[in-house]
Structures are given as C-alpha cells and as structure tokens.
Design a protein around this ligand. Structure first.
Ligand SMILES: Cc1cc2nc3c(=O)[nH]c(=O)nc-3n(C[C@H](O)[C@H](O)[C@H](O)COP(=O)(O)O)c2cc1C
Length: 204
C-alpha cells in the first residue's frame, strides 16, 4: 500500500539547463504550474542536484515532457548525477531560446527563464517564466508509475530499455533500487550524490 503522500498526482519531466558550455538534466516529478499571467512554472530540486546548480548559474530551465514510451529516458536522467557524467551525450538536442537544451525525441517542451527561487526544506523551488513551448511529436505524456522505477509489483527497473525508452537486447549497467535515505520523488531511486554513491552508467 502506498503512503497517502505518494498518491498526490504527478507527471514526469526531464528538466534540462545550461550555463555557458555546461549542460545538465535530471528527471523531476515535482513540477507544477504556478501562475497563468505571467505563465510561471515551478520545479523542486533537491540540494544535492547538479542540475539545480546549473539552473542557478545559467538562469534557465526547460521542462522536457517525455512520451508515454519513454520511461527509459526518465530512468536515464533520474538515477545518476550529471556531476561526473554527461547525461546528454548521445541524445539529440538543440538549445532553446533560453539556452536550455530541448530534447528532440520527447513529446513537447516548455522553455523557461528563471525568475525566482525559494528554499523549501531540503529542496529549492525554482520558478521559471515560459519563453517558448512546442510540440515535437504527437504522443501521450509519460505518467508517473512507480513500477517504471523498480518500485512496487512488476517493477521493471532498467531491464532491456535504453535511454530513449526503447527495448534493447542487452541490459545496461543498472544500479540497485534500494532506498537511498534521500527525500523527494527520487528517494530510493537515485544512485547519485544523494544516496548510495555515484553509479555511473554508459549512455546507450
Ligand atoms: C521518476 C523520478 C522523479 C524524480 N523527481 C525528482 C524531483 O522532482 N526533484 C528532485 O530533486 N529529484 C527528483 N528525482 C531524482 C533526480 O532525478 C536524481 O537525483 C538525479 O540523479 C539528479 O541528477 P543531477 O545531479 O544530474 O541533477 C527523480 C527521480 C526519478 C527517477
């Protein structure tokens, strides 16, 4: 039985950013709309996140919205920190108007310039104003399903799925899925600075 706090509905996003020549990206579920006019969005990033540092340095972030068949992409960006590895390598992307990477294989994106930040416990709420949004392909957005991340019955972990969410024959260097002691949606999922050490993966 999931805890009531885990029943708060949430989507899945790949939040990317750039500062100078440095790029970053992480999976985030704690994303929400905050205001219509201006069009503001919020994303909560834990203090250990490398992407958070790049967002603060570069002043921008892009909410990339994966398609329903791209759970592998969410695992790719959600399990290892980009502090020592380039998670964008091998993926098709272009800089959006803010400079934040737009992933070209996702369903849609919302490119934002950073307009504020609020410390919220062990996370930072990063507030962005929409600069450009676009649909890249006709597809349903990826819903959050615990089993996609090795939680609950039928959890698939990384089995046979590459970073683009497609089946592939050989399993990648997959990490454990035990609890990390971290908080947030990635708790028990991330194998990075927040948890049990950086377990780097090859980019498929
Ligand atoms: C499905 C999923 C959702 C996640 N949601 C969040 C989130 O909303 N906020 C957060 O700080 N971390 C979240 N995480 C954990 C980060 O994606 C993870 O710590 C990532 O490795 C951080 O990468 P970075 O250090 O390169 O920024 C999530 C992980 C997964 C798998």
């Amino acid at each position: 039985m999931r805890a009531p706090r885990d029943l708060v509905s949430q989507g899945v996003f790949i939040v990317t950013s750039a500062a100078g020549s440095q790029t970053a990206g992480m999976t985030a579920c704690w994303v929400t709309r905050l205001s219509c006019r201006p069009a503001w969005f919020g994303v909560a990033m834990h203090h250990g996140s490398h992407t958070r540092e790049v967002v603060l340095a570069g002043g921008c972030f892009c909410l990339n919205i994966p398609a329903s068949d791209q759970a592998g992409l969410a695992r790719h960006f959600g399990r290892v920190s980009g502090r020592h590895t380039d998670k964008l390598r091998g993926l098709a992307w272009r800089p959006g108007p803010t400079g934040a990477p737009v992933l070209l294989e996702v369903a849609a994106y919302i490119d934002c310039r950073l307009v504020g930040q609020v410390e919220v416990g062990d996370h930072t709420l990063l507030i962005g104003e929409l600069v450009e949004e676009g649909v890249l392909r006709k597809a349903r957005p990826l819903p959050f399903r615990p089993r996609d991340y090795g939680q609950g019955r039928g959890g698939r972990g990384d089995r046979g799925v590459n970073a683009r969410g497609r089946q592939r024959p050989e399993a990648i260097d997959r990490g454990r899925t035990g609890r990390s002691g971290a908080t947030g949606p990635g708790a028990g999922l991330a194998q990075d600075g927040r948890g049990q050490g950086d377990r780097r993966r090859k980019i498929p």
